[in-house]
Design a protein around this ligand. Structure first.
Ligand SMILES: Cc1cc2nc3c(=O)[nH]c(=O)nc-3n(C[C@H](O)[C@H](O)[C@H](O)COP(=O)(O)OP(=O)(O)OC[C@H]3O[C@@H](n4cnc5c(N)ncnc54)[C@H](O)[C@@H]3O)c2cc1C
Length: 370
C-alpha cells in the first residue's frame, strides 16, 4: 500500500553530497528525509581515500576560490559534526607533499609558491624543501629536485565522515531511510517500491545514478560514472606524515594508522566494484615513492564510480523544467573536500536564499546542437 507523507525536503542518496545537503537543511530548521537505496556510504563516498586538496594556486578563478573557502572552513564543519554525532571522521589538516621531478617542475613549483602567497591570503603556505627533510616518507630518488610542502590540504576517512554525518542528522531530528530506492521522481514527490513520499523540495544526489533521472530534463548525456580503484594498507609507520601526491598517485595516511593509496581513472568498465591489475600498478607506484609502504600489507581493495558531468564541474541547483527538483552531483574527484559547501549552497537555495556559487557549477540545459 502506498504511503504518502509530507516534509520540507527529501534527499535522494546517502552519500557525502546528499548527507551534507540534509545537514544544512536541518540547520535551517527544515524537516528532512534522506532516502538511501542501499546503505549509508554505499556509493563513491564510502571509500578509503579522502584527500581534501586544492587545485594548484595559479590562473585563479571563482572555482578555485570556492574550493579554497571550502577547505578553510572544513575543520570547523567536521568538528561540529563530530561533536553532534559523538563519532570520529578522521579529519585532519595534515598538509601535502609533492615531489619535484625535474627543472620544468621546479619552475612551476617556484611560481606556485609566489601565487599561493597571493591567492591563499596568508591562510596556508606552499614551500619547496630538500627531499632529505622527508626521507622517512619519500624516497629521495623519487624527489630529485626537492619536495613541495603545502599546509592547506587535509584528509578525512570518507566512510567514517558519512556515518558521522548520518548520526548527526538523526540527532538533529532528520529521518534516514536505508534500503529505500527511488524509481521515479514527480512534481514534489518521489516513488519507489515502498510507496510515494511528498516534499516541498526534492534534492537528487544519487551520485553516478543521478543521470538517468535527469534524462527528461537535460537529455541523455548529462553525465556519467568514472570508475576509481584504491587500496588500504596496514603496517606502515606514517602516523605523522602528510598526504603525498606523486606520479599520479595519492598516498593518504589516515588517523587510525592505515594508509590509503589510489586511484585509477577509468571511463569504461564492466564491473564498477571490481579491482584488478590496474590497482596493483597503483600500489607498486606508491611503494616506489614511499619506503614505509614497501612492507605494508594490503588490507582492503575497493572500487566505485565517481559522478562526473559532461564538464568536470559539480552540477548544482534547481533542475530546469522540473517542479521542485534540485540537483547536487558531479563531485567527480573533489566531492569530499567541497561537500559541506555544496550542502550549504543547496540548502540555501531550497530555503529561498541566493547563495553564492561559481557560475559554472549551476546545472543548466545543454546548448542546442548547431
Ligand atoms: C577511488 C576513488 C577515490 C576518490 N578519492 C577522492 C578524494 O581523495 N577526495 C575527494 O574529494 N573525492 C574523491 N573521490 C570522489 C568522491 O568520492 C565523490 O566525488 C563523492 O563521494 C560523490 O558523492 P555523492 O554523494 O555525489 O555520490 P555517492 O557517494 O555515490 O552517493 C550516492 C548515493 O545515492 C544512492 N542512490 C543511488 N541511486 C539511488 C536511488 N535511486 N534511490 C536512493 N538512493 C540512491 C547510492 O546508493 C549512494 O549511496 C574518489 C572517488 C573514488 C571512486
Amino acid at each position: 500500500m502506498a504511503t504518502v507523507n509530507t516534509r520540507d525536503v527529501i534527499v535522494i542518496g546517502g552519500g557525502i553530497f546528499g548527507l551534507s545537503c540534509a545537514w544544512s537543511c536541518l540547520k535551517r530548521g527544515l524537516s528532512v528525509t534522506v532516502l538511501e537505496g542501499n546503505y549509508i556510504g554505499s556509493g563513491a563516498s564510502g571509500g578509503v581515500m579522502g584527500a581534501m586538496s586544492p587545485n594548484v594556486p595559479e590562473r585563479w578563478n571563482d572555482k578555485k576560490q570556492f574550493q579554497l573557502d571550502a577547505l578553510l572552513s572544513a575543520a570547523e564543519h567536521w568538528a561540529e559534526v563530530e561533536e553532534v554525532s559523538g563519532k570520529s571522521t578522521g579529519y585532519g589538516r595534515i598538509g601535502r607533499l609533492i615531489p619535484v621531478m625535474d627543472e620544468h617542475g621546479l619552475g612551476h613549483a617556484q611560481k606556485r609558491a609566489v601565487d599561493a602567497s597571493t591567492f591563499w591570503q596568508g591562510k596556508a603556505t606552499w614551500t619547496i624543501r630538500e627531499a632529505e627533510d622527508y626521507a622517512p616518507w619519500i624516497d629521495p630518488d623519487a624527489a630529485p629536485l626537492g619536495v613541495v610542502h603545502e599546509n592547506l590540504s587535509a584528509r578525512i576517512f570518507p566512510l567514517a565522515a558519512c556515518l558521522a554525518l548520518a548520526r548527526a542528522i538523526e540527532a538533529k531530528g532528520g529521518e534516514i531511510l536505508e534500503g529505500w530506492r527511488v524509481t521515479e521522481i514527480g512534481d514534489h514527490e518521489v516513488s519507489g517500491v515502498s510507496g510515494t513520499l511528498k516534499a516541498g523540495a526534492v534534492i537528487l544526489s544519487a551520485g553516478a545514478e543521478s543521470f538517468p533521472f535527469l534524462e527528461p530534463f537535460l537529455g541523455p548525456d548529462a553525465g556519467f560514472g568514472v570508475k576509481g580503484q584504491a587500496a588500504l594498507l596496514t603496517g606502515a609507520d606514517m602516523a605523522s606524515a602528510p598526504t603525498i601526491f606523486a606520479n599520479h598517485t595519492y598516498i593518504i595516511p589516515h588517523a587510525d594508522g592505515k594508509v590509503a593509496v589510489g586511484s585509477t581513472t577509468e571511463n569504461t568498465w564492466d564491473d564498477p566494484r571490481s579491482t584488478d591489475e590496474r590497482l596493483n600498478e597503483v600500489i607498486i607506484r606508491a611503494r616506489a615513492i614511499s619506503p614505509p609502504l614497501r612492507d605494508a600489507r594490503v588490507a582492503l581493495r575497493w572500487a566505485n564510480l565517481r559522478p562526473r558531468g559532461k564538464k568536470p564541474d559539480p552540477m548544482l541547483g534547481r533542475v530546469p523544467g522540473a517542479e521542485g527538483l534540485y540537483l547536487a552531483t558531479g563531485g567527480f574527484k573533489i566531492g569530499i573536500g567541497i561537500s559541506h559547501a555544496v550542502g550549504e549552497a543547496l540548502a540555501g537555495m531550497v530555503a529561498g536564499e541566493t547563495p553564492y556559487l561559481p557560475e559554472k557549477f549551476f546545472v543548466r540545459l545543454p546548448k542546442p546542437k548547431a
